[in-house]
Ligand binder design. Structure first.
Ligand SMILES: *Cc1c(COP(=O)(O)O)cnc(C)c1O
Length: 482
């Protein structure tokens, strides 16, 4: 029982419990490979172990932590396991976890500069660093007309870019009267689902999101984009926004930004570039070609919370013209009026995204960048790409398998030649084994296996083992069918 008279955890108790939690996390990382990567619990199993009613009296911290082991851990899928190859990486790292802890400890609300100046200024400064780290166009620096902000997610960034684009084209009339149903947005068939969601939320309507065909590399076809824009104009509609993707979720395709950007310029459309996972690759000069044409974009976002070792949530969103974004989202209630804001000398980030309140998220990013340094970050990105390219060669060298899409970076889409049922059975089999976890996509309507190779601690030996497990599963599945 917790018998503190004030019910609070005293600083001394916090010290003790805090050390226990840090030790718990360190132990977890030491033994992470011993857990089945994909949680094996059945629906409802976790809840069935929780008491029906909340406790009347406080409990000891030891009891709480013990239940994490007993109740929570069996229901955890281990995203931080080096044998995690599913979806995309959601990388954590020591410095990021500690930066996040410090942010919790400070517990500040950074909605405007005045509510905690450091929360704003560290963020602005670190995001300017990021522009230099990825060699992004200078117009995204806060020293000019642009600037960066940390968003909760790439989805949030896409939504904000679409809202700003909507206001730019309607000269801020949509904020007053709502969108009029004639605004048309464009994305490729491989664009992320968050683009469709943004069209719904922004009042554009998903029926007004045009899905543009892709080429044989699953990249957006600029000729088709232009044709569609012309067709929409001919009908009296108002094209206003294109979301291009650098590294699609499904197959890691790279949309051709120079051609798409030229079309956006020609017709006056806002170009948003979504580099959620793959943007991180631009840390390395040899991969910066993925951003070729980015100087034509109005906004850009990528997620350090994917490949850049900064735990969720941390999306970096950059705009070339911050005034439009701020004018789109700013509302100033009386109780937040203050001298600093009125002087115009400060940034108030509440005007850069949907929520008002905001955590001190730049601490974890700052910690990561300082801990690894550019060289440390590049070391890991290069390592991941190198191992992924080796995996690609193993697939290409095996007569039973084929590569399903180009693999420019760290994602390999491949399939067994035996067809959808065989591929599904291979995937189910390796995932049930617990030694690895991979997921699938559909390309040209065919089930396609997908290895995303970018977990913080993934090494060559983990990928080698994964390939062995995949081939063993294939042999077992085809033998069963014979
Ligand atoms: C993962 C991903 C997203 C969604 O990211 P969130 O930060 O979870 O919203 C969007 N676009 C692409 C290309 C992605 O890979």
């Amino acid at each position: 029982m917790n018998d503190s008279p004030s019910f609070h955890m005293t600083p001394d108790e916090f010290r003790q419990a805090g050390r226990a939690v840090v030790d718990w996390i360190a132990d977890y990382y030491e033994r992470i490979e011993s857990y089945p990567v994909l949680s094996q619990v059945k629906p409802g199993e976790v809840r069935s172990m929780l008491p029906p009613d909340p406790p009347q009296e406080g409990e000891t911290f030891d009891a709480i932590l013990a239940d994490v082991d007993r109740i929570v851990m069996p229901g955890v899928t281990h995203w931080q396991s080096p044998n995690f190859f599913a979806y995309f990486p959601a990388n954590a790292s020591g410095p990021a976890i500690l930066g996040d802890l410090l942010s919790s400890g400070l517990g500040v609300q950074g909605m405007i500069w005045a509510t905690s100046p450091a929360c704003t200024e560290v963020e602005t400064h670190v995001l300017d660093w990021v522009v230099k780290m990825l060699d992004l166009p200078e117009k995204f620096l806060s020293s000019g007309d642009g600037g960066g902000v940390i968003q909760d997610s790439a989805s949030g960034a896409t939504l904000c870019s679409m809202l700003a684009a909507r206001e730019r084209i309607t000269e801020f009339a949509s904020n007053e009267r709502g969108a009029d149903g004639r605004l048309i947005a464009y994305a490729s068939s491989q664009g992320h689902s968050s683009i469709e969601k943004a069209a719904m939320i922004a009042g554009i309507g998903r029926g007004n999101l045009r899905i543009i065909d892709v080429d044989e590399k699953y990249a957006m076809r600029p000729d088709r984009l232009q044709e569609q824009i012309e067709a929409d104009l001919a009908q009296g509609l108002v094209p206003f926004y294109v979301a291009a993707t650098v590294g699609t979720t499904s197959s890691n395709a790279l949309d051709p930004l120079p051609a798409i950007g030229e079309i956006c310029r020609k017709y006056g459309l806002w170009l948003h570039v979504d580099g959620a996972m793959s943007g991180t690759a631009a840390l390395c000069p040899e991969f910066r070609y993925i951003h070729e044409g980015l100087e034509l974009a109005d906004s850009y976002a990528f997620n350090p919370h994917k490949w850049m070792f900064t735990n969720f949530d941390c999306d970096c969103f950059f705009v070339a013209d911050r005034k439009t974004l701020i004018k789109t989202l700013s509302i100033l209630p009386e109780y937040l009026r203050n001298k600093a804001t009125e002087s115009g000398a400060v940034i108030d980030y509440r005007d850069w995204h949907v929520p008002l309140g905001r955590r001190f998220r730049s601490l974890k990013l700052w910690f990561v960048i300082r801990h690894y340094g550019l060289e440390g970050l590049r070391y890991h990105v290069r390592r991941h790409v190198k191992i992924a390219q080796e995996f690609v060669r193993w697939v290409e060298g095996d007569a039973d398998f084929e590569l399903a899409a180009p693999a420019p970076l760290n994602v390999a889409c491949f399939r067994h030649r035996g067809g959808d049922a065989v591929n599904q059975a291979i995937m189910d089999r390796v995932n049930a084994g617990g030694e690895m976890f991979l997921t699938h996509t559909k390309l040209d309507d065919r089930l396609t296996l997908r290895m995303s190779i970018a977990q913080t601690n993934t090494e060559r030996r983990h990928v080698e083992k994964a390939w062995r497990l995949i081939r063993e599963a294939a042999a077992a599945v085809t033998a069963e069918q014979a």
